[in-house]
Design a protein around this ligand. Sequence first.
Ligand SMILES: Cc1ncc(C[n+]2csc(CCOP(=O)(O)OP(=O)(O)O)c2C)c(N)n1
Ligand SMILES: [Mg+2]
Length: 357
Amino acid sequence: MTADAPPELVQLLTPEGERVEHPDYDIDLTPEEVRSLYRDLVLVRRIDLEAVALQRHGELGIWASLLGQEAAQIGSGRALTDDDMAFPTYREHGVAWCRDVDPVKLLGLFRGVNHGGWDPAEHNFHLYTIVIGSQTLHAVGYAMGIQRDGGDGATIVYFGDGASSQGDVNESFVWASVFNAPIVFFCQNNQWAISEPIEKQSRIPLYRRANGFGFPGVRVDGNDVFACLAVTRQALKNAREGQGPTLIEAFTYRMGAHTTTDDPTRYRVASELEAWKLKDPIERVKAYLFKNELADQEFFDAVDAEAEKLGADLRRRCVEMPDPTPMAMFEHVYSSEHRQLDEERTAYAGYLEGFES
Ligand SMILES: Cc1ncc(C[n+]2csc(CCOP(=O)(O)OP(=O)(O)O)c2C)c(N)n1
Ligand SMILES: [Mg+2]
């Protein structure tokens, strides 16, 4: 059963909120740092909840929820330094949060008012990629660029369990390996690729695939923010120090639908979801903070209040986002002049003028 935690899993915080040791990975967090991680987890869950509600109200065309994957994203996202570059798929709202991307900009894409909404260079966070797995090639190319420029940063690329079956992903493993590229492959194994279960992607745990390509793979409890932070930090450090790529398989679960257009009750049993609810990434940090008296009720109430305010603010700013002018579709297509696009722009402007007369 997918719900059973495999023994090779790196875990530093149990679902009950107990700290456990691991021989290869450790982390020393101050109470302030743990509270800050908790706040991140709660706020990104609130952003996600608001986006789902906005879609239900017809304000977004679609939304891909991160519910259940908060720890994988915040743990790995907080491991990044300013010099590192991240390549997401379409579900990495928690990583976007760690890269200081204003959440309303994430909504713009799903509302259809922009093609991405943020400047990747400003945040070291690439645009969302819908073509499954393709960003792994872009990321390896970027990492090889860092290597050739003698840069300080590493690259991290996010992809799913389903993406692991794509040719692009496997080709990117080959390139990263033979060129010893400074990259971390961060696979969120959320057990499902829309309605396809992980059993239809692989007969071995995904992290073990790295071996065949010639670099290390590690499976981490993707619902454990401490472990995700520790493992990703180490992998990024190895990449920066010239030790090449690592595949991290964050073992987690997609608690919600694939997107708001999907109905998972059609293809998976309710007991699976119930089993994973007990491994909730936020509850275990809360239990840890409580048990160790590192936070009081006042702290939790204040985070909840901040989350509510963030949700309300997001709701307001989402509906206030201006519709783009039709001509805006020609912006940001190429970084330099492009003759064919210029011709199309001129022709289209003429077409629009026809309506005004
Ligand atoms: C190349 C390509 N093939 C198919 C699709 C349709 N598609 C969208 S999401 C998805 C499943 C992806 O699953 P996974 O990689 O596990 O990521 P998750 O959605 O679970 O985060 C598929 C097949 C696509 N977007 N791109
Ligand atoms: Mg998946």
